[in-house]
Design a protein around this ligand. Structure first.
Ligand code: SF4
Ligand code: SF4
Length: 455
């Protein structure tokens, strides 16, 4: 069989190795998200595709991580086929429910329009019926419900009402059940946390802190302009400091949304969390650029390259403060729920969507993103899902993802963004080589070396 070097390899520049006095590189095969440290000599042979000069062991390893592939393979086709097979074979049914249209906060960058509406009795029944109907078409082994906002804990009554019904549905179909909550954290009192975990099967919670109090409160204040950081942080501390926190089986991650107005507050926030000894309690801390909500919020975001550069510093700051975040991407065959035919998003009015960012946003009302409304009868919900064809569009060269080396570990960013003409590339696209250098430093010299990589 004839071979070629995979298109999906990222290779760092030369890294000097004091111990062996040789120069090396890190090769990251994005097809498998596996990395291999190679010598410059091996790199030269790979560049020349001089397979007969490779040690059999090296050849086998490179073949195993798919850094070398059969010459006849059309690789982008393989990646898209794998993505589509993963979607088809996935036995987990994932649904997003937004139990209320209300949120206590008035974040300046939020594009949602909030109101006091909550999922009513009739909509609840229809949503249950809609989810139930999906079991007729595919055999699942897991049901996963994500409670999103507005602020889902304002809709706690709906969570209380719907959870036992979803659990019963899962049991009837021999499925396991779990759920997650994405919350601003204001109502996440300790007893509510315990209830969510023990009664409502919540295994993951994500809370947003946009920096230290000064920065967070300037952005994530209540609708009346009141500060929220101290209240949210007290809730978190009460939960994290429970002696049984680790054994309850629910992780809490912290997300920090940044644009140019608060990016300077990320490191102080990391230091603040570390000062409260939360390194082993927080599951994952990550920083996300503000995205477009059909508004102009993303325009204040750092340029992507700038964000990617800052992200390296934020990873280093986490290591310096005792956090141990992973930073190399894994393979991502399913970019988000919009490319899965069975996942849906239900809002408090009974509207059905195929994307989590479109409910409660005026510019998306009366667009094809609204698939229908459960009040109008389930048969009226459109079968056409505007973003479902994304993988085919990538295969048809409609986006830069078609030729991008990051496709296997990215999946294509955000389908909706590409549709709107917004470049959807995540930070990995711009800082993957720096991350591979961090990986090398970590592997060679341990945690302490990370801070010295960029000296
Ligand atoms: S299309 Fe984009 S905005 Fe919508 S759910 Fe997917 S990633 Fe999120
Ligand atoms: S979104 Fe960007 S990084 Fe991801 S595959 Fe597409 S072009 Fe590459």
């Amino acid at each position: 069989m004839k071979f070629k070097l995979s298109h999906y390899n990222i290779v760092t520049d030369s890294l000097s190795d004091e111990q062996s006095e040789s120069t090396k590189r890190v090769l990251f095969a994005t097809r498998t998200a596996k990395s291999m440290v190679i010598t410059n000599r091996l790199y030269d042979k790979l560049q020349r595709e001089a397979w007969d000069e490779l040690a059999p062991n090296d050849f086998d390893k490179l073949l195993a991580i798919e850094a070398i592939v059969p010459q006849s393979e059309v690789e982008v086709k393989t990646i898209i086929e794998r993505n589509q097979a993963k979607i088809k074979d996935d036995k987990s049914l994932y649904q997003v429910i937004q139990p209320t249209a209300m949120c206590q906060l008035g974040c300046g960058y939020c594009g949602q329009k909030h109101s006091k509406n909550q999922i009513g009795e009739i909509a609840s029944e229809r949503i249950l019926e809609r989810v139930e109907s999906k079991f007729a078409f595919k055999e699942y082994n897991h049901l996963s419900i994500a409670w999103f906002g507005s602020e889902p804990l304002v809709g706690l009554a709906q969570i209380r009402d719907l959870t036992p019904k979803f659990k019963e549905m899962a049991q009837r179909h021999n499925c396991t059940y779990d759920s997650k909550v994405v919350t601003n954290g204001l109502s996440l009192k300790e007893h509510i946390f315990v209830e969510l975990v023990k009664k409502h099967g919540v295994t993951k919670i994500e809370v947003t802190l946009d920096g230290t109090a000064e920065y967070h409160d300037a952005r994530r204040h209540t609708k009346a302009g009141l500060s929220t950081f101290n209240l949210i942080f007290k809730n978190l501390l009460d939960i994290f400091n429970r002696p049984d926190f680790k054994t309850l089986g629910c992780t809490i991650s912290i997300r920090c949304n940044v644009d140019e107005r608060n990016s300077m507050s990320v490191v102080p926030l990391i230091e603040f969390l570390a000062a409260h000894n939360l390194q082993d309690k927080i599951e994952y801390f990550y920083v996300a650029p503000i995205h477009s909500w059909g508004n102009e919020a993303h325009l204040l975001s750092h340029e992507k390259e700038e964000f990617a550069k800052n992200e390296i510093d934020w990873i280093l700051a986490q290591y310096q403060n005792g956090f141990r975040p992973g930073f190399l991407p894994g393979i991502k065959p399913v970019v988000c729920l919009s490319v899965t035919p069975d996942s849906e998003v239900f809002d408090a009015f009974g509207n059905v969507f195929d994307c989590t960012e479109t409910p409660y946003v005026d510019v998306y009302a009366n667009t094809e993103y609204v698939l229908g409304n459960v009040h109008n009868g389930l048969s009226t919900i459109s079968k056409h899902r505007p973003l479902l064809s994304f993988n085919d569009e990538v295969a048809n060269n409609e986006y830069p993802c078609s030729t991008c080396k990051m496709l296997p570990v990215c999946g294509g960013g955000c389908p909706k963004s590409w549709r709107e003409g917004i470049v959807a590339c995540p930070s990995n696209k711009f800082n993957i080589k720096e991350k591979l250098m961090l990986f090398y430093a970590l592997k060679k010299k341990g945690v302490e070396a990370l801070a010295q990589v960029y000296e």
